[in-house]
Design a protein around this ligand. Structure first.
Ligand code: 8Z2
Length: 298
């Protein structure tokens, strides 16, 4: 993976272009970021503190941060900008909404659309995973709410997961509950965190874990009170950034490259698989039923 091959240094920070917000000086606390001019992109808010080299990326796509094609495109562009900025060494990924980190892939993107649309959508999902899982930066997920399926995948791509200690918040790969199947690279990402046995059971059952359960199986690394998620993420980030970048990055690459290479080698085939799977009448029907049920639950 190209991103992992590039070594990052702690070179002096430079100004980022585009719609990013850059801050000089101060502590990398959430309050700190909030107290300075937050700069809103469309669906994602990115703030880079130049003195700490830490960026906070807040997902802000109402109502539930579902991963639409537009969202994924913006996410990958934002990540790419941070990745090439030598002044940015760490990324905290979180949600602007209390209670929901991300609802996962936008189901409406997988229903009633053309094969071309499905192919473009799936490519965007792949790109998000390749960029986030292969990032050279230290990546910490500050999971401040529920995080099913694709939302769980995003969190799993990070180096460390901190979740709000609220049993009402759930995280997991629930695809089978929708009548769909998590692809091999979702599965591999989970195996790399919790091992084969837990992943197998979890995927077959489409299991969603409450925050305490997720912590128990190692799906999240740390539980903290809801109002401490961001400050804890900043503190953990400081600890990770105390390790020399080149040594940490080479280690991360050594651990993740085989998993990344598996998808890179068959990216096209994986898109074709997705398109032929998702266009089946039975799958379309399952997704529609699930979506209708979601809308009726109120
Ligand atoms: C061979 C292999 C090949 C590959 C085979 C294919 C592989 C595909 C892999 C798929 C990966 C995925 O991520 S699939 C996506 C899985 N995601 C989910 O199951 C999440 C479902 N959502 C939820 O559980 C909840 O909405 C939750 C996120 C906890 C929030 O609950 P709340 O009560 O706060 O909010 P709700 O009232 O439910 O939702 C608010 C509105 O958002 C909508 N909404 C919620 N989740 C949505 C979603 N994911 N996509 C679109 N819209 C969504 C609802 O319908 C509501 O719409 P209105 O009524 O109009 O307001």
């Amino acid at each position: 993976m190209a991103a992992l091959a590039v070594l990052r240094s702690s070179a002096p920070a430079r100004l980022l272009s585009g719609s990013f917000s850059v801050h000089r000086g101060g502590l990398a606390s959430w309050q700190h970021y909030q107290s300075r001019r937050p700069f809103s992109n469309n669906k994602i808010l990115v703030e880079l503190n130049e003195s700490t080299g830490v960026a906070v990326m807040k997902m802000k796509s109402p109502p539930v941060n579902s991963l639409s094609l537009d969202f994924l495109t913006e996410f990958s562009i934002s990540l790419e900008k941070l990745e090439i900025d030598r002044g940015c060494r760490g990324l905290i990924l979180t949600s602007a909404f209390p209670k929901i980190f991300s609802a996962g892939l936008d189901i409406t993107e997988m229903c009633g659309k053309s094969a071309e649309h499905y192919a473009a959508f799936w490519k965007a999902v792949q790109e998000m995973w390749l960029k986030l899982y292969g990032s050279n930066m230290v990546t910490i997920a500050a999971v401040n709410g529920s995080s099913p399926a694709g939302g769980c995948l995003m969190a799993m791509c990070c180096d460390y997961r901190i979740m709000a200690d609220n049993p009402k918040f759930a995280i997991g790969l629930n695809e089978t509950q929708l009548g769909i199947v998590a692809p091999f690279w979702f599965k591999d990402t989970m195996i790399n965190i919790v091992g084969n046995r837990v992943t197998e059971q979890s995927l077959q059952l489409g299991q969603m874990y409450s925050a305490p359960e997720a912590h128990k199986i190692g799906l999240v690394d740390l539980l903290v009170p809801e109002d401490k998620v961001q400050s804890t993420a900043a503190a953990v980030m400081t600890q990770w950034l105390s390790i020399p970048d080149h040594a940490r990055q080479l280690t991360k690459s050594m651990m993740r490259k085989p998993t990344i290479d598996r998808l890179v080698k068959q990216q096209e085939a994986d898109i074709n698989n997705f398109v032929s799977f998702i266009t089946r009448d039975s799958i379309q029907k399952s997704l529609q039923v699930y979506l209708d049920r979601l809308k009726q639950k109120k």
